[in-house]
Design a protein around this ligand. Structure first.
Ligand code: FES
Ligand code: CO
Length: 338
């Protein structure tokens, strides 16, 4: 079941404004995928030409069709081959000449790909279009770790005072008060978790800000940070694409309702610094696949959110992590074909 769940999930693969006229190669759950844009929108195919297996991403987009670089077979957006230059014009194009088409869409400033036959709905992130809010897109960051380890790091409140000491937390204020985790509307959400702010920009210095975390699906999570007595709100959405068994790409949407006239650069720079502070730790974690057996690692009450995450993955049937999911699905697909 979990195979289908991740397989039917939307995975972020590219910044929308960086996908120009040329096709691009991306990886999703071990699949080599080509994405391209034409007047009809964005499209994703298996990155493989059915003629001789060349990567379609080496080709180009001509008149809205994806043209293979090797012998210039032309595929329209539905994946149908509409031109084979070597074929004498009195011969029809074989029906079998098709690309494998995946679902693709542009949303929240990103291109998302879905490999499944029964796509989940796209995540909802209302702040993106909200008046008075502005979003900076950070990343993508390349990480040699599995998506669940990265999501857990994002959800982990008790490391802020150490890994991000002086920026997001203060080691003299490391205690985490008990908080609640609820499952509402198909997602996990915490009560407010107070975190002492050493904010380098002087904002709410010396006081506490409240974090509310949400897990939207196995590879997407968010938090919103607010301070009592202030209208300022910062939300960060982390969306992780498991490219293959050891490589992931992380996109982060940073949405604020303050300093709107200020350029995004300083926010992105700050987020880059924070992300690289986490990188060595996340890449060092063993085992690489998140242990879903709760006896395997140690847990404190302050880990309540990540415990819920592990239990949820377990319930969904992620026995051994994201990689295994991709592998088993691929085997299953092959069987269907044979
Ligand atoms: Fe693509 Fe021949 S391999 S046209
Ligand atoms: Co961190």
């Amino acid at each position: 079941m979990q195979q289908d769940r991740l397989w039917n999930q939307w995975h972020p693969v590219y910044k929308a404004d960086e996908l120009k006229d040329d096709p691009e190669q991306v990886y999703v759950l071990g699949e080599r995928v080509v994405i391209f844009r034409n007047a009809k929108g964005v499209h994703a195919f298996k990155d493989l030409c059915i003629h001789r297996g060349a990567a379609l991403s080496l080709g180009k987009v001509k008149n809205g069709n994806l043209v293979c670089a090797y012998h210039a077979w032309e595929y329209d957006s539905t994946g149908e081959c509409v031109k084979i230059p070597a074929l004498p014009c009195d011969r029809p194009i074989p029906k079998k000449a098709r690309a494998t088409v995946y679902h693709a869409q542009e949303s929240l400033g990103l291109i998302w790909v879905n490999l499944g036959d029964d796509p989940d709905p796209m995540i909802s992130y209302l702040e993106y279009d909200k008046a008075g809010y502005r979003t900076a897109i950070c990343g993508p960051y390349d990480v040699k770790a599995n998506a669940p380890r990265i999501i857990e790091n994002f959800l982990d409140v008790s490391h802020l005072m150490f890994v991000h000491e002086g920026m997001l937390g203060d080691e003299d204020h490391a205690e985490i008060v008990d908080y609640d985790v609820a499952f509402i509307d198909n997602r996990f959400i915490t009560s407010k978790i107070p975190v002492f702010q050493p904010n380098p920009d002087g904002r709410s210095k010396g006081g506490y800000a409240d974090y509310v975390y949400e897990i939207l699906n196995p590879t997407t999570a968010r938090f919103t940070k607010t301070t009592e007595g202030s209208d300022e709100e910062l939300t960060i959405l982390a969306a992780v694409n498991q490219e293959d068994n050891e490589q992931t790409k992380v996109f982060m949407l940073l949405t604020r309702n303050y300093d709107l006239e200020q350029s995004d650069d300083s926010f992105i720079e700050f987020q880059d610094t924070i992300f690289y502070q986490d990188l060595d730790i996340v890449e060092s974690q063993k085992p690489e696949l998140l242990p879903l057996d709760l006896q395997a690692e140690m847990h404190l009450k302050s880990d309540a959110l990540t415990i819920s995450y592990r239990r949820w993955l377990d319930e969904l049937g992620v026995e051994t992590g994201t990689l295994a999911i991709a592998e088993s699905k691929r085997t299953k697909r092959k069987k269907v074909l044979n």
